[in-house]
Ligand binder design. Structure first.
Ligand code: ATP
Length: 340
């Protein structure tokens, strides 16, 4: 649906060159909710804005719906752009227009007839849960309501692609969740492909099926959210994952463990799937005749399954604990020793 091939983007400012994107390649399939996460300045917005030709690559190809943007006629380009809508961090609503007129605007600009506009705007306001606000002005709405109006305006033209530029960054956590749920419904009910750039891991965890992590103009990791979250490779990815999945042992627990006189090993195990952890841990204590204490656990829901990180102290002879470690690795379960 959207392909970036070896994208390089250079900006020239006051005689100086800065490279915002270095050879970025990504593929977003139809129906994806694809999240691009990175710290400020990583190049996320520059990449996103290439999809609707608000930016053009210095070198490389952007292909949207099978069309390479740099090579098609202006007429074809406007056809491609008609299928793409965008929502923004600060909503970009027109303060002097009512909610109804804000949502209607793209259709008015496309010279759609009044009766069709009326029907479509009403439908969309109903869909975003703000049918009663059609005569209000943006200044009379909360941030979450403004973003719902931004979403209604984006959907009014029936796009196939929705671009979201930090769409929840200005909202409180509860409102963020409600907007993310709305985006998920849009993806599921209308089969709209969503590309979302964010610096909030929460956004990726809540709705994305795919994620790319960007750092200084490069994509450093990309893939299924479960794979990237479950086994982050790069430091920046690990930092983002830590913001939603805590795996550091609290200092009070560390103190308790240090005071423990029995011979012990602390292992951190990762499990995918709700019930995977229990049978294994029970089995380990029986099979190896060791005592065990779960010192810290964090279970998070991801893509309809769960990722559990369990930090477990096992008490027993070193040789037995070595065997236990090998037993687990042979079963393809992630285990690592934590030095406490
Ligand atoms: N029009 C421009 N002219 C010059 N430099 C630019 C321009 N647009 C972006 N940049 C630079 O390109 C780099 C990437 O910017 P971009 O906005 O894509 O990052 P970002 O990851 O979206 O960050 P943020 O979340 O802060 O917007 C930054 O260093 C930025 O200053």
């Amino acid at each position: 649906m959207i392909e970036f091939h070896n994208i390089v983007k250079e900006f020239h400012h006051k005689g100086k060159k800065m490279t915002a994107l270095h050879n970025v390649s990504l593929k977003i399939d139809k129906g994806d909710i694809y999240g691009v996460i990175g710290y400020s300045g990583a190049g996320k917005s520059t990449l996103l804005r290439m999809v609707n030709a608000l930016e053009t690559p210095t070198t490389g190809k952007v292909i949207v719906g099978g069309k390479e943007l740099g090579t098609i006629s202006n007429q074809e380009l406007s056809q491609v752009k008609k299928n793409i809508s965008m929502i923004f961090q600060h909503f970009n609503l027109l303060e002097s227009k009512t909610v109804f007129d804000n949502v209607a605007l793209p259709l008015v600009l496309n010279k759609v007839d009044k009766a069709t506009i009326h029907k479509r705007v009403k439908e969309l306001l109903e869909f975003v849960g703000l049918a009663d606000k059609e005569n209000s002005y943006p200044s009379q709405l909360s941030g979450g309501q403004k973003q719902r109006i931004g979403i209604a305006r984006a959907l009014v033209t029936n796009p196939e692609i929705l671009l979201c530029d930090e769409a929840t960054s200005a909202l409180d956590p509860k409102t963020t969740v409600s907007i993310l749920k709305l985006l998920k419904r849009i993806n599921q009910e209308f089969n709209i492909t969503i590309l979302i750039v964010t610096h909030e891991m929460e956004v990726i965890r809540e709705i994305c099926n795919k994620v790319a992590v960007m750092e200084k103009g490069n994509v450093i990791e990309a893939g299924d959210v479960l794979a990237v979250f479950g086994n982050p490779q790069r430091e920046t990815t690990k930092e983002f994952v830590k913001t939603v999945i805590h795996d550091e042992i609290p200092s009070s627990v560390v103190q308790e463990l240090q005071a423990e006189k029995r011979n012990r090993r602390v292992y951190q195990l990762k499990f995918f799937g709700k019930t995977a952890s229990e049978p294994l841990l029970t089995k380990l204590t029986k099979e190896f005749d060791v005592d065990m204490n779960i010192v810290f656990a964090n279970v998070t829901e991801l893509q309809g399954t769960t990722l559990g990180i369990f930090t477990v102290a096992f008490f027993g002879e070193d040789s037995v604990l070595d065997h236990l470690y090998h037993y687990v690795t042979e079963r393809n379960i992630s285990i690592k020793e934590v030095i406490v």
